[in-house]
Design a protein around this ligand. Structure first.
Ligand code: DX5
Ligand code: ZN
Length: 217
């Protein structure tokens, strides 16, 4: 099980320090939420911030693009240092071409599904996906409540991935705390994104340990 603290919940005046705290806490990835004000009703960070984070930590950067027509920005984000680049299945036009481009640029290719989007939207390309991000809130904001109905899709995805022996990593994002982390892992998640539960906590290292402990129980 991997933990990917989401920098969205950190102090934006001290992103480098937050990233280093996550690394020191034993995080596996650093999750970076990119929002464009079109696909989601919020604006966050761009390639310049990814580049600065790349200089701050050696952790793999897990860049989550909540961006319409993401093909326009793939190269910018990979050049800035994204190790995993995730696009939303709902946000582009030719998902297969987008995934090929991400891999050709040298990054791992991720796809995200909104809570309402069925697994069928990505089934045909799943063998060409490195990470499948199952959103457990509607994207756009940190601090929202975990949507339990998504667990059924997560379990079905786990079953399909195992049956087809695919190498895809299953990640969940939104409303993850020690309680929902345990539920998500039981349903088959391998990577837990957590913003508020990590950077909203007084002690980042204790918060990461609490997530690991909840899953180990
Ligand atoms: C939501 C983002 C999440 C967000 C999660 O659109 O994709 O990564 O940072 O925040 P929490 O963990 O607070 O729900
Ligand atoms: Zn995210």
């Amino acid at each position: 099980m991997k933990i990917a603290p989401s920098i969205l919940a950190a102090d934006f005046a001290a992103l480098g320090a937050a990233a280093r705290a996550a690394a020191a806490a034993g995080a596996d990835y650093l999750h970076v939420d990119v929002m464009d004000g079109h696909f989601v009703p919020n604006l966050t960070l761009g390639p310049a911030a990814v580049k600065a984070l790349r200089r701050s930590v050696e952790l793999p950067l897990d860049v989550h693009l909540m961006v319409e027509d993401p093909d326009r920005f793939l190269e910018d984000f990979v050049r800035a240092g994204a190790d995993i680049l995730t696009v939303h299945a709902e946000a582009g036009y030719h998902l297969h071409r987008t995934l090929q481009r991400i891999r050709a640029l040298g990054a791992r290719a991720g796809v995200a599904l909104n809570p309402a989007t069925p697994l069928a939207a990505v089934e045909a390309v799943l063998s060409q996906v490195d990470l499948l991000l199952i959103m457990t809130v509607n994207p756009g904001f940190g601090g929202q409540k975990f949507l339990p109905f998504v667990l059924e899709k997560l379990a079905a995805t786990r079953e399909l991935v195992d049956r087809r022996e695919l190498a895809v990593e299953l990640e969940v994002d939104g409303g993850i705390d020690p309680t929902t982390a345990a539920e998500a892992v039981a349903a088959g998640a391998q990577v837990l994104v957590a913003g508020t539960a990590v950077f909203g906590a007084p002690d980042v290292a204790a918060a990461v340990s609490a997530l690991r402990g909840a899953v180990a129980d």
